[in-house]
Write a protein that binds this ligand. Structure first.
Ligand SMILES: [Zn+2]
Length: 421
């Protein structure tokens, strides 16, 4: 109910930048060493969780070359060429890199990202993402040019960090800016947030957002305009936005809030619910079946709702959807929530009834399927991107071990190493 984007106001239009954190470069540790992507490297691990759908490989070896997985197999079954670097991961657990599909680059620490000292930016990306094994993030609401600046500095190789996909600024219903945003920014600013009144206006905003570099579109189909009060996006506006995004080859994430907001998302054929439905008054079990048959996916964000009085019902909603083989992808709303540590989300997903393999799917293979990237990401297979996480303890024994990260690799390079800390 107290959802999203509170901090993204600080970035809007560059007006409110007073909270920019000024920290000298010297006060930060150097960013983790980025080894040359051309150096082949072999990892030998206690257990390799290739994917949630096959048995793990015990005492396995992964050969990484040119940023890709060149070979994977049991000890003695992988030909390791001479001159290959070796990383001894015996006693450790190796998984494909994780994707957090609901975050925001909106806290003051990201302000003026183009000008942040490189060591500081690298440190922030490490503290918030790669130290938790996150190699891809989906930002679902931020100031697009600023997020682009972070992405450009990562993609150029200047700083290590996750792959970033972003929605830029979301679209809200008419007079539908959430109260928690209004409360934290001047009226002149929140009035400028995109609140299309007509389908034509929605199409124009979607085009502008995609032309500006957005990878997905984010809609508030239901928006908390006051505590206990949701305003929904008109169906024709939501439909026009979704159709235009799909025409441009982009997926749409939506914030439903309540049953009415969920129904707009469903009828408009939104691709991903950015949250479970929070206010379940009027909810019917048949809605989940409709969602499943319509191909809509869900990001539960259960930790966000953990203090809601109806959290048990929201957990049940997520478990029921999983039982229907509904598609669940992992996301935390970090950036709105101040804590980037995903452990709580892992624990609550498990408490809701999800298995280790379902949670691993939500972090790896499911987002790859959703983004049509299954051929290149989400599993430890030959030819795939060498985005990997090395854990100190077995996550199948204790789900919180998913956050016990020793190394994170992105495209074959170590972007986080606990031993460097
Ligand atoms: Zn959010």
């Amino acid at each position: 109910m107290r959802h999203t984007d509170r901090y993204f106001v600080f970035l809007l239009i560059g007006v409110v930048t007073v909270l920019s954190i000024v920290v000298s470069e010297k006060s930060f540790a150097r960013p983790p060493q980025i080894a040359s992507a051309n150096t082949p490297i072999a990892l030998e691990g206690e257990r390799i969780y290739v994917s949630p759908f096959v048995l793990p490989i015990e005492n396995g070896v992964i050969l990484i070359r040119d940023g890709k997985i060149a070979a994977v197999g049991g000890h003695g079954k992988v030909d390791v060429p001479e001159g290959t670097g070796e990383l001894d991961c015996r006693g450790m657990y190796v998984l494909a890199g994780f994707q957090n599909s609901h975050i925001h680059f909106t806290q003051p620490m990201w302000n003026d990202a183009a000008k942040l000292p490189a060591a500081q930016l690298a440190q922030q990306l490490e503290m918030n993402f790669t130290r938790y094994g996150v190699t891809t993030v989906v930002d679902t609401g931020s100031y697009l040019p600023n997020t682009e600046a972070i992405r450009n500095r990562i993609n150029s190789g200047e700083v290590a960090g996750p792959r970033i996909l972003t929605s830029g600024s979301p679209l809200y219903p008419p007079d539908g800016v959430p109260y928690y945003l209004k409360n934290s920014m001047p009226e002149a600013i929140w009035k400028q947030l995109a609140q299309p009144k007509t389908p034509a206006e929605a199409v124009r905003i979607v085009d502008e957002t995609i032309d500006g570099g957005a990878d997905i579109i984010k809609l508030f189909t239901g928006s908390w305009v006051a505590r206990g009060q949701v305003v929904t996006m008109p169906l024709d506006v939501a439909e026009a936005a979704v159709n235009e995004a799909h025409k441009r080859g982009k997926l749409v994430w939506a914030h439903p809030s309540n049953v009415a907001g969920f129904q707009i998302a469903l009828q408009a054929h939104v691709d991903v619910l950015a949250h479970a439905v929070e206010d379940l008054r009027g909810w019917k079990a048949s809605y989940l079946r409709q969602m499943k048959s319509d191909g809509m996916w869900m990001i539960p964000t259960l930790a966000l709702f953990s203090r809601d009085s109806n959290i048990a019902d929201i957990m049940q909603e997520v478990d029921d959807f999983a039982d229907l083989h509904g598609q669940i992808i992992f996301g935390t709303d970090a950036g709105f929530l101040p804590d980037f540590n995903p452990t709580q989300e892992y624990l609550i997903m498990q408490r809701a009834g999800l298995t280790f393999n379902q949670i691993l799917d939500s972090l790896t293979t499911a987002p790859a399927r959703r983004l049509s990237e299954s051929a290149t990401r989400g599993q430890i297979r030959v030819g795939m991107e060498a985005d990997l996480v090395v854990l100190g303890k077995d996550p199948q024994q204790d789900i919180s071990n998913l956050a016990d990260v020793l190394y994170t690799f992105r495209q074959g390079r170590i972007v986080y190493s606990l031993s460097n800390q």
